[in-house]
Ligand binder design. Structure first.
Ligand code: SAH
Length: 359
């Protein structure tokens, strides 16, 4: 018996169709049902001619992630799905149902993260393993099926879960290509957002390849020393280089780039910081998203900026002409808010695999 073919491996699925000799339109219908409408495996299979249905389902692997846990927030519209990869790692995907009825999905690109930002629980996991494109796409389909069951659909897809998307650049591009493909998800590019810690070359490559897809940078400070303390990778990618990359991205794409700014009391939230920030942003096509800090166990010294200071900070930016919004993360009660995604048992799995690999 040959190994199963992943439904996410489009060329191999096309070859299987030729081998089983059924019409291309039947495969198109299956893909529409599975990827675009997220109707589930059984409903998708009914699109195939009856005489090949069993052979197709025997040879093809649909979901490769195993749902392990699901937590619904009791205070807002968030649901956190914990999914197991074939290697046994637990990853997290967060469904965010907003008040307007729209659904955003926060997708993980890695198990852990090498960026190791001190304020982020994922960065403190101490491992970083890339997810495959299929493992990212399956998060989207599984969440999509759940939304279908509720009579909703996923409108926005944000790469803001565990991991640094540009440390897994090739696979993330495969995911975006599949999301945009008319024969697969046919998702609107403007409803995809990739958030990065700030890797200049990758941002430019991404804008060139997918000019209509949105980019966001986790800036968090325009003072080099402060930023280095918050984000170790800032040493490798200094602020002036990052700013040049934003200028380049602005010249390639029409989209307004999102600048994320985590607000930490006494660290980066003074009025002087706000003015410096506004000066740094001059001339850029950006909007600012201020992020209240969600406390994490490994950074007890950090505190969120209080509301009056945050509003004063926002006012400076708005007066300087920048659209400034404040992010209200959902799911704090189920540890699903920004920066809270962590699965510590992954460390043990990584350790066992490392031992297995060397013995
Ligand atoms: N690696 C990417 C995407 C993942 S994090 C990036 O750095 O952008 C998504 C956002 O959540 C980032 O802006 C990140 O800085 C922010 N974040 C991380 N930890 C947080 C915390 N404890 N509270 C609030 N936001 C946090």
């Amino acid at each position: 018996m040959p190994p199963p073919i992943s439904i996410y491996d489009s060329p191999a699925i096309d070859r299987l169709r030729a081998e089983l000799k059924f019409e291309p339109r039947r495969l198109r219908a299956l893909r529409t049902a599975y990827f675009k409408k997220c109707l589930g495996v059984d409903a998708a299979l009914t699109e195939l001619p009856e005489h090949v249905r069993n052979q197709f389902s025997d040879r093809v692997q649909f979901h490769l992630l195993t749902p392990a846990e699901s937590h619904d927030s009791q205070v807002d519209g968030a649901t956190k799905l914990v999914l197991k990869t074939p290697a046994g790692y637990a990853i997290e995907t967060v469904i965010m149902r907003t008040g307007t009825g729209r659904v955003s999905l926060c997708v993980s690109s890695q198990v852990g993260c090498a960026a190791a930002c001190g304020f982020c629980a994922t960065g403190q996991m101490g491992i970083a393993k890339n997810l495959s494109a299929a493992e990212m796409l399956d998060q989207i389909v599984l969440a999509g099926e759940r939304m279908h069951a509720e009579g909703r659909h996923v409108r926005n897809i944000v790469f803001m879960g565990m991991g640094e998307p540009f440390h897994n650049e090739a696979a993330v591009y495969d995911v975006v290509a599949a999301l945009l493909a008319p024969t697969l998800f046919h998702h609107t590019p403007g409803r995809i957002l990739i958030s990065t810690v700030g890797i200049p070359d990758a941002m430019i490559r991404c804008a060139r390849r997918f000019p209509a897809v949105n980019l966001a940078i986790s800036l968090h400070s325009v003072r080099q020393t402060v930023r280095e303390r918050l984000i170790p990778l800032a040493i490798k990618y200094p602020l002036d280089e990052l700013r040049r990359a934003v200028v380049a991205v602005n010249s390639i794409q029409q989209n307004t780039l999102m600048i994320e700014y985590l607000m930490l009391a006494g660290v980066n939230d003074s009025l002087a910081d706000a003015h410096e920030f506004a000066t740094w942003l001059q001339g850029l096509n950006v909007h600012v998203n201020l992020i209240p800090y969600n406390p994490i166990a490994t950074a007890p010294e950090l505190r969120s900026t209080e509301r009056p200071e945050r509003d004063a900070f926002a006012a400076v930016l708005r007066e300087a002409g920048f659209i400034t919004t404040i992010r209200y993360s959902l799911g704090a009660d189920i540890a699903a808010a920004c920066g809270q995604l962590v699965q510590s048992e992954n460390r043990e799995i990584a350790r066992r695999q490392a031992i297995g690999a060397t013995s």
